[in-house]
Design a protein around this ligand. Structure first.
Ligand code: ADP
Length: 553
C-alpha cells in the first residue's frame, strides 16, 4: 500500500517538528511533508497532491484563510481536505471564517495527538471515499461522453444520409418534372409537326392528284408552282429539324469562304422581298444598313450559315410586325479589320414579354399569341439561330418593348487568319468540268430520279446500282466509273460495307456518301469505311454538284 501524504503548513518550525513526532508514532502509514509559509504550502500542494493538509491560521504574509481560499479555488487542489488549526477551542469566529474559506475540519491548539490522529484518519477516509466517487463519476462521464460521441457521429451520419436522400429526392423530382415537361413539349411538337407538315402535303397531294391528260399547260405550270412552293416549305421545316439534330450531335461544322457584305446584303434583300410577298408585308419598310467602309471588304466566314441566321431573324421580324419598319444592319466596326460581325435586326412589331424573352430560344417553344398561331411554325427557328451563332463562338440576345418592337443583336466572331477559302478552291475546279461517269447507288426510285436529273443536267453520265452489292459488282466490271455516289441504308448490302470493298478493290474511285442520318457517329462511320465526303440528305443541288465536281476534275 502506498503511503498517504499529509502536508503541514505552519510558520513555526517547532510545531512542524512536534507534528513529525506525532506522525511517526501514531500514523506510521503516512508521510508528512512540511511547508513553513502559505505560499510554499500552496506550491507543494500543487506539486505533491497530498491526501490531506494541516493548515495553521496565523502566519505572516499569507494567513491560513487566504491559503485555504486559494487551495479551494484551484481546480486541482480543491479536492484535498484541509484541517485548520485554530488558536482557541471556542474560537467560533475563526471556525466560521475557516468554514467560509473552505476548511473541512478544525483542531484547536494545543492539540491532543490522539484527537489529531483520529481527525486525520477521518479526513483520509473522506478523501478515499471521495476519490472513489470521483473515479466512478469520471468513469461514468467517460462512458457517457463516449456514448455521446457515438450518438453525435451516428446523428451526423444520419443527417448526412437524410440530406443525401433529400438531394436525390429533389433530383428525382426535378428529373420527373423535366421528363413531364419534355413529354409535354414532345406531344405539342408532334401535334404541331403533324399540322405543319399536313398543310403543304395536302397541297402537294391535292394538286398532283388533279393533274391528268386534260390539264392545260398553264394549269400544270400553276399547279407545279404550288407543289414546288409547298415542297419548299416542307423542306425548310425538315432542314430546320435536321439542322438542330446536326447542331446537337456536333456534326455541323463552320466552313470558311470569302465573300463581301455586299454579296450578303444582296441575297438578304432578295430573300426579304420574297418573304414580304409571301407574308403579305409589302407595305412594310425594310432598311438594310451596312456601313459603306466595309460593304466591299472581303470577309472569311460561313456565309450560308450567316444567311440562315439572318433570314430566320428577319423572317420573324416581318411576321410579327404589321406596320412600321424592319431594319437590318451591321454596327460600324471600330477599325478597318473587324474581328467580328455585329449584326442587329430591329422591328416595330408586337414585341416580346420579358418572361418570354428567355424561352423563345428554347426548342419547340412559341409565345402563345394569335400571331404565332396564324403563321404556324415549329418553334425551332430561334433555337437553330441561337445554336448556330454559338457554333461560330458568338452570341445573340434580345431586348424588346412589348407593343413597340424588338431588337435582336448578334455577334459572329471572324477567324483570326483567313485562309484560302474552300469555296474559291471549289470554284476553280468547277471550271475544268467535263463529262464524267457517276455510279449512283440508290434503292429509292424517286431519290434516284431526282439525282439523275440534277447530274445529267450538269453534264454527267450516270449509271445506277440498286444496292451495295450491285455497286461492288459494277465497279469490278467497269473501268470507266469516275465516282460513286453512295446511299447508306440499303437492302442486300449497306453503303458502309459496299464502300469498304470498293475502296479496297478500286482505291482510285472516290466514294461520296449521302445519308439521311444526323445521328452522331454515322459521319465518322462513313469516313472510316472510306467515303471521301459525306453529304446529308435532303441533298442540296449546288452542294452536291460542287462536291462531285471537286472530285471529278
Ligand atoms: P418558329 O420557328 O415557329 O417561327 P421561332 O423559334 O422562330 O419559332 O420563334 C419563337 C417565338 O418567338 C415565335 O413564335 C414568336 O412568338 C416569338 N418571336 C420571335 N421573333 C419575334 C419578333 N421579332 N417579334 C415578336 N415575337 C417574336
Amino acid at each position: 500500500m502506498t503511503k498517504k501524504k499529509i502536508l503541514a503548513i505552519d510558520d513555526q518550525e517547532d510545531n512542524l517538528i512536534s507534528l513529525e513526532a506525532i506522525f511517526k508514532h501514531y500514523l506510521p502509514g503516512c508521510e508528512l511533508i512540511t511547508a513553513l509559509s502559505g505560499e510554499n504550502g500552496i506550491r507543494l500542494a500543487g506539486q505533491e497532491m497530498p491526501d490531506a493538509i494541516i493548515l495553521d491560521i496565523i502566519m505572516p504574509e499569507m494567513d491560513g484563510y487566504q491559503v485555504c481560499n486559494l487551495l479551494k479555488e484551484n481546480e486541482k487542489t480543491r479536492i484535498i481536505p484541509i484541517m485548520m488549526l485554530t488558536a482557541i477551542k471556542t474560537d467560533t469566529e475563526s471556525m466560521v471564517r475557516g468554514l467560509e474559506s473552505g476548511a473541512d475540519a478544525f483542531l484547536s491548539k494545543p492539540f491532543d495527538p490522539v484527537e489529531l490522529t483520529a481527525q486525520i484518519k477521518v479526513l483520509l477516509r473522506i478523501k478515499d471515499n471521495e476519490d472513489r466517487l470521483r473515479d466512478k463519476h469520471k468513469m461514468l462521464e467517460d462512458i457517457v461522453s463516449e456514448r455521446t460521441r457515438e450518438l453525435v457521429s451516428s446523428n451526423r451520419e444520419l443527417t448526412r444520409e437524410i440530406e443525401r436522400r433529400k438531394k436525390t429526392e429533389k433530383e428525382l423530382r426535378e428529373a420527373v418534372e423535366r421528363a413531364k415537361e419534355a413529354d409535354k413539349i414532345k406531344t405539342n411538337f408532334l401535334a404541331s409537326i403533324s399540322h405543319e407538315f399536313r398543310t403543304p402535303l395536302n397541297a402537294i397531294i391535292g394538286f398532283s392528284d388533279i393533274m391528268d391528260s386534260d390539264t392545260s399547260t398553264e394549269e400544270i405550270e400553276q399547279y407545279a408552282g404550288m407543289i414546288n412552293h409547298s415542297g419548299q416549305i416542307l423542306l425548310s421545316m425538315v432542314e430546320d429539324l435536321f439542322d438542330i439534330t446536326l447542331l446537337d450531335s456536333g456534326v455541323m461544322k463552320i466552313k470558311n469562304e470569302a465573300f463581301t457584305l455586299r454579296n450578303l446584303c444582296e441575297s438578304i434583300n432578295k430573300t426579304v422581298h420574297e418573304l414580304q410577298v409571301k407574308l403579305n408585308r409589302e407595305e412594310l419598310d425594310f432598311v438594310c444598313n451596312i456601313p459603306e467602309i466595309i460593304i466591299d471588304k472581303k470577309v472569311s466566314s460561313d456565309r450560308a450559315k450567316i444567311e440562315k441566321i439572318l433570314s430566320n431573324l428577319i423572317s420573324n421580324a416581318l411576321k410579327f410586325t404589321e406596320k412600321g419598319k424592319v431594319e437590318f444592319g451591321l454596327s460600324e466596326p471600330v477599325n478597318n479589320k473587324p474581328d467580328s460581325l455585329d449584326f442587329y435586326i430591329k422591328d416595330t412589331g408586337i414585341g416580346i414579354d420579358k418572361q418570354d424573352q428567355e424561352k423563345i430560344f428554347q426548342k419547340f417553344t412559341q409565345v402563345d399569341n394569335s400571331f404565332a398561331k396564324k403563321y404556324g411554325g415549329l418553334g425551332i427557328g430561334l433555337t437553330v439561330t441561337d445554336k448556330m451563332v454559338k457554333l461560330f463562338g458568338g452570341q445573340i440576345n434580345v431586348t424588346s418593348d412589348p407593343g413597340r418592337g424588338s431588337l435582336f443583336k448578334l455577334t459572329i466572331p471572324l477567324p483570326e487568319k483567313a485562309g484560302e477559302s474552300e469555296d474559291m478552291q471549289a470554284e476553280e475546279r468547277f471550271k475544268i468540268l467535263s463529262a464524267r461517269n457517276i455510279l449512283v447507288v440508290e434503292d429509292d426510285d424517286s431519290s434516284f430520279q431526282l439525282l439523275n436529273i440534277w447530274l445529267q443536267k450538269a453534264g454527267f453520265r450516270t449509271a445506277r446500282a440498286l444496292n451495295g452489292k450491285e455497286a461492288v459488282d459494277l465497279c469490278n466490271k467497269n473501268n470507266d466509273i469516275d465516282l460513286v455516289l453512295m446511299d447508306i441504308n440499303m437492302p442486300v448490302m449497306n453503303g458502309y460495307d459496299s464502300t469498304r470493298i470498293i475502296t479496297k478493290q478500286r482505291p482510285e474511285i472516290p466514294v461520296i456518301a449521302q445519308t439521311a442520318y444526323a445521328v452522331s457517329g454515322s459521319l465518322e462511320k462513313a469516313r472510316e469505311a472510306g467515303c471521301r465526303e459525306v453529304l446529308s440528305k435532303p441533298l442540296k443541288k449546288t452542294e452536291l454538284l460542287k462536291t462531285i465536281t471537286a472530285y471529278c476534275s
